[in-house]
Design a protein around this ligand. Structure first.
Ligand code: ADP
Ligand code: ASP
Ligand code: MG
Length: 402
């Protein structure tokens, strides 16, 4: 007998038929003699719809009330799924995040899981119940409900698997696994059998939404092997783990991230300490900076360009203005940009990955604005209108049609 954690995303439980389908997967697992803990997201677009409802009332809802609102989505899906499991003939109990013992930091909207007091889950398993837990939510030290950030149910699932020392952690979704690019957008995207935590973390951080990046971070930390697989088609998925088969691939995936704003600051003094001043102001505001480019100084001035996420753009501009006495025209912000990346541990030992990527972009007549690299990834910033074409072109270069 094993303890298995199964997580189902919003599209997997979007309507009554899908909920019954998921109940079938869960009860099959239970009837094979396993203990089963299920984590579930809100149905379909429920979370987006709830956010829209808030914005019908106010442009600036408080973060506390947003969390109170958004956690309602998962409350609906856990109850419906528990009913579906009972209808399928197996005992089930649904638990909200706080009932399942999820204690988080107090930061509404982006809370981090601090601990899971799993006594209630364990007691329900002892009673032979299938335990169905609301993903994406917990409770903070003020006894307020919190959410873990968009896509946070993946993290809830990995955290439960780690806390319970589960034998398996399965993340069911609407595609068959992790692919070399978004299979809904890129023809010929290939399913990966296995991928390392480090590569998956880069893919997830750089835009492959199939797994939330924090969930991968947590899986690596607690050594939880994740299986990503389809809730609609019963075929093997992708295993995410410490050491993965290389499958002779230089690159594991190509991603697109459109949540990027590029801030350019021109005509700043070409003296020491300028970058320090600017980036410490950004750090004080807890703004994460991604790609940074500084021009060579000329005529006693220099330019600095950097990227942040779109919701940090205004804060970043304020930080620039508070760092330098600067003319309005010398600070510009462009949100019509996208970051295209290639990821793969193999590129470390193979020169030529960058040139192959740049050649593919050149042949598609796509201009590169900024470039950044690490050992296992290369990212370029381009015009947002070229993003989908760029992903396809770069993917074709690394994964030619068979
Ligand atoms: P869930 O609701 O199950 O959490 P998500 O919508 O969060 O599902 O994630 C699944 C989606 O991720 C897929 O439908 C797919 O379009 C997208 N996706 C983006 N990049 C990739 C990739 N490299 N491999 C698989 N899916 C990807
Ligand atoms: N329902 C939440 C969201 O849409 C959490 C999740 O689906 O993982 O972001
Ligand atoms: Mg998701």
């Amino acid at each position: 007998m094993s303890l298995i954690v199964q997580k189902f995303g919003g599209s997997s439980v979007a309507d009554a038929e899908r909920v019954m389908n998921v109940a079938g997967i869960i009860t099959d697992t239970y009837r094979k003699g396993n203990d089963v803990v299920v984590v579930v997201s809100a149905q379909g677009d429920t979370t987006d719809d709830l956010i829209d409802k808030a914005h019908e009332i106010t442009d600036k809802p408080s973060k506390r009330e947003m969390d109170m609102l958004m956690t309602a989505g998962e409350q609906i899906s856990i109850a419906l799924l528990a009913m579906a499991v009972e209808k399928s003939g197996c005992p089930a109990v649904s638990l909200l995040g706080w009932q399942a013992g999820f204690h988080t930091s107090s930061a509404y909207g982006i809370a981090r899981i601090k601990s899971i007091k799993a006594d209630r889950i364990k007691a329900e398993l002892d009673r032979h119940n299938i335990v169905i837990v609301a993903g994406f939510q917990g409770i903070n030290k003020y006894d307020d409900l919190t959410t873990l950030g968009r896509g946070g149910s993946d993290t809830s699932a990995v955290a439960i698997a780690a806390a319970l020392h589960a034998d398996r952690c399965q993340i069911f979704t609407d595609v068959e696994g992790v692919f070399t690019a978004d299979p809904r957008k890129v023809e010929n995207a290939q399913k990966l059998q296995e991928i390392t935590y480090d590569e998956m973390l880069e893919l997830a951080t750089l835009g492959a939404q199939v797994l939330n990046n924090r969930s991968v971070e947590m899986a690596k930390k607690y050594n939880v092997e994740i299986e990503v697989l389809s809730s609609l088609k019963r075929v093997p998925g992708t295993i995410v783990k410490e050491v993965a088969k290389m499958e002779k691939m230089l690159v594991r995936g190509v991603t697109k991230d459109t949540d990027v704003a590029r801030i350019s600051v021109t005509n700043i003094p070409n003296i020491p300490g300028i970058a320090f001043k600017l980036f410490s102001k950004l750090a004080q505001r807890k703004i994460n900076v991604d790609i940074i480019l500084q021009s060579v100084g000329r005529d006693d001035t220099k330019d600095i360009t950097f990227t942040v996420s779109k919701d940090n753009a205004d804060g970043a501009i304020e930080a620039v203005r508070s760092s330098f006495d600067i003319e309005e025209k010398d600070v510009t912000c462009d949100t019509n940009v996208a970051k295209i990346s290639v990821v793969g541990a193999g590129m470390e030992s193979h020169p030529g990955t960058a040139s192959k990527m740049f050649e593919a972009l050149f042949e598609s007549d796509i201009n590169i604005d900024m470039i950044s690299t690490s050992e296992i990834k290369i990212s370029v910033l381009i015009d947002a209108k070229d993003a989908d074409r760029a992903v396809s072109a770069v993917h074709r270069a690394f994964f030619p049609d068979k």
